[in-house]
Ligand binder design. Structure first.
Ligand SMILES: Cc1cc2nc3c(=O)[nH]c(=O)nc-3n(C[C@H](O)[C@H](O)[C@H](O)COP(=O)(O)O)c2cc1C
Length: 294
């Protein structure tokens, strides 16, 4: 198909920013100091579109993306508001049993196109349950399968993950899905360079954007475990072949309001000093390797 690289010569100011910022070095100047692609560009381009984004005069198009169709950068960022959102992001466990407006669901899905992925792989897949009726059917299936497992005595193996909530579950509480009307599962191609990290980044962005829109969310380790116990769920969710289901987020209209931020204990922070990198003994090396591989 080609990279459809085009320079509007009227607009190009020959600043070389596209040449300098190209991660894979496939843009060079021709004799007139006009940017052009190197002969191997097509195999090496990772479709990051930094050249399109950095051009100060909107002279550069690539892959059919024209600068006039990009969104301008808003320089009026509000870091205090963003920090307040981060501090007041909460895990919601009480939802109204109703669908979010279609427009809100669309906004949430659309945002996912911009989440960063390792090597710009962008192969993520998101399975949405965007209708409460479908969610209730899904919830019903999982809860009845879990009930069969948890009714066995003793509860075996991996099912012990649920043991803390077993009594509540047996009393009919929705301890897995917390009554949420919607759910999104992020999955990545098994051979993606950062398959374990990309979906988590995506859901982190999703959560913050959702909560900025007043939508409640919940990371759901229990639902993720259910995808492992009952792999047929991955087919129900239309997770593509050769994709690994990574994590689950529940979301929907909140049925509870939080009035203030929490006051967490401080995280561990170390400040690395000059000359800090030194050889370590074999025992320490093995320990470090063990911890890193966990
Ligand atoms: C990776 C991850 C998995 C989680 N899984 C669940 C879950 O399965 N069920 C649940 O009720 N809460 C779950 N939580 C929510 C945490 O328990 C929650 O972060 C904690 O209660 C603190 O509340 P906060 O997020 O409002 O600060 C999960 C959170 C994370 C980050």
């Amino acid at each position: 198909m080609g990279l459809e690289f085009a320079i509007d010569k009227e607009k190009c100011v020959h600043c070389g920013k596209c040449v300098k910022d190209c991660l894979v070095g496939i843009i060079e100047f021709d004799g007139d100091k006009t940017p052009r692609l190197t002969p191997d560009a097509e195999e090496r381009c990772i479709n990051c579109q930094h050249c399109l984004a950095i051009c100060p005069t909107g002279a550069l198009s690539i892959r059919g993306r024209k600068p006039e169709n990009s969104e301008p950068v808003d320089r009026q960022q509000n870091p205090e508001k963003l920090l307040n959102l981060i501090k007041n992001r909460r895990s919601f466990r009480h939802y109204k049993p109703e669908n979010l407006p279609a427009e809100t669901l669309e906004k949430l899905k659309n945002m996912l196109n911009w989440v960063p992925t390792g090597c710009n792989n962008h192969g993520l897949h998101f399975s949405f349950i965007d209708d409460v009726e479908v969610m209730n059917e899904f919830r019903g299936y999982v809860n009845s399968e879990l009930l069969k497992q948890l009714s066995k005595t003793p509860v075996r193996g991996i099912m012990n993950k649920f043991s803390r909530y077993k009594d509540a579950f047996l009393k009919g509480e929705d301890v897995i899905f917390r009554g949420a009307p919607h759910m999104v599962v992020a999955s990545a191609p098994i051979d993606a360079p950062c398959a374990n990290v990309d979906p988590i980044i995506a859901l982190s962005y999703f959560e913050l954007y959702a909560q900025s829109l007043g939508v409640a969310t919940l990371w759901c380790g229990f639902a993720e475990a259910c995808l492992l116990f009952f792999p047929e769920l991955c087919d129900k969710l239309e997770i593509p072949e050769n994709y690994k289901a990574s994590y689950v987020m529940l979301f929907g209209p909140a049925d509870v309001k939080y009035a203030r931020s929490t006051q967490p204990d401080p995280v561990g922070i170390s400040i690395v000093k000059k000359g800090a990198v030194q050889k370590i003994g074999l025992k320490q090396k093995i320990k470090r390797l063990f911890w890193n591989l966990r």
